[in-house]
Design a protein around this ligand. Structure first.
Ligand code: 13P
Ligand code: SF4
Length: 302
């Protein structure tokens, strides 16, 4: 009898389906994916393929980003309940109201937002491009949504700019404390520490680098020293699986678990490929065009 991995590979081939997986996904999903990476890189990489049918193993805003860039492709979210709480910590109506009250404000949205929010903002940023893009914005005021930690990181880099930071946060990365860093450093005194900028300022301040998932992986692979990985635990799981000879350690592994990223298992993936599970992502065309404008602006400035 064929095992589930073989069934997935067969079903994928028969249906011409491309599998994208964010690096926070469980290792067995990563192993079966055609492309892995951080959220924006996946959407960009997908655009460059001629696949007509795509399964995005991740959370809803990631599948929406794929659809925004590749509207002609059928984009499927295998576990429709997988959402990112931070991506909706401000409503599109609230952004519209803010813009009415503050017409000179430029709204900068982290890429971890819903399509409806992207449609209301002026420019998107990723965690790796945020500084470069905000540096180029000349405006009396910038509203940064939704992540207060990434927003504060950007605000502190440009004290001369008037940056208002929304109060959202990633419940997973925001849990990490300075004590967690000190404990991990004590356990691995020779190792460097890399964290996601969705962590609090006092945490980022104690680390050797802060960057997106892809930047953390790049940093870890290039490092001659061991590295403590301070983002969702799937990244350290993935790195230790792929590079067992290198010294990678989890930071606070019991805290850094995003349950929404773990809804997809191999059964769900197989069903989604066969059209028996998952949701086909639909975005109203006018809204998609508006949302894409903010991504295009990010690419122009970034
Ligand atoms: P990246 O854009 O770094 O992949 O971040 C996705 C995410 O969900 C961070 O928590
Ligand atoms: Fe959202 Fe945080 Fe999960 Fe990333 S780790 S998907 S930001 S809740």
């Amino acid at each position: 009898m064929e095992n589930i991995a073989e069934l997935i590979k067969k079903a994928k081939k028969e249906t011409g389906t491309l599998i994208l997986a964010h690096t926070y996904q469980p290792p067995e999903i990563i192993e079966l994916a055609d492309i892995t990476g951080d959220s924006f890189k996946l959407a960009q990489a997908c655009l460059e393929t001629d696949a007509k049918r795509v399964i995005m193993c991740g959370v809803r805003f990631m599948a929406e980003s794929v659809k925004i860039l590749s509207p002609e492709k059928e984009v499927i979210l295998p576990a429709p309940e997988a959402t990112c709480p931070m991506a909706e910590m401000i409503s599109p109506e609230r952004v519209r109201k803010y813009k009415e009250e503050n017409p000179d404000s430029v709204v900068v949205a982290y890429i971890n937002t819903t399509a409806a929010l992207k449609a209301e903002c002026d420019v998107c940023v990723t965690s790796s491009s945020a500084l470069k893009i905000v540096e180029k914005i000349e405006a009396p005021e910038i509203l940064f949504i939704p992540d207060k930690n990434l927003g504060t990181f950007v605000k502190n880099a440009f004290p001369e700019k008037n940056i208002v930071v929304w109060d959202g946060y990633c419940p997973i990365h925001d849990r990490v404390t300075a004590e967690d860093i000190l404990e991990a450093k004590k356990a691995h005194p020779e190792a460097l520490v890399a964290v996601h900028p969705e962590c609090k300022k006092e945490v980022v301040d104690l680390c050797d680098m802060a960057g997106s998932t892809a930047d953390i992986i790049k940093f870890a692979l290039a490092s001659e020293k061991d590295v403590i990985i301070g983002t969702e635990r799937g990244v350290a799981d993935y790195l230790t699986l792929k590079y067992p000879e290198k010294g990678f350690y989890h930071l606070a592994p019991e805290k850094l678990v995003c349950k929404d990223m773990k809804y997809v298992d191999t059964d769900t993936l197989l069903k989604a490929i066969r059209g028996e599970a998952g949701e086909v992502i639909e975005i109203d065309e006018a809204l998609r065009i508006k949302a894409k404008k903010s991504i295009d602006e990010m690419l122009r400035l970034g």
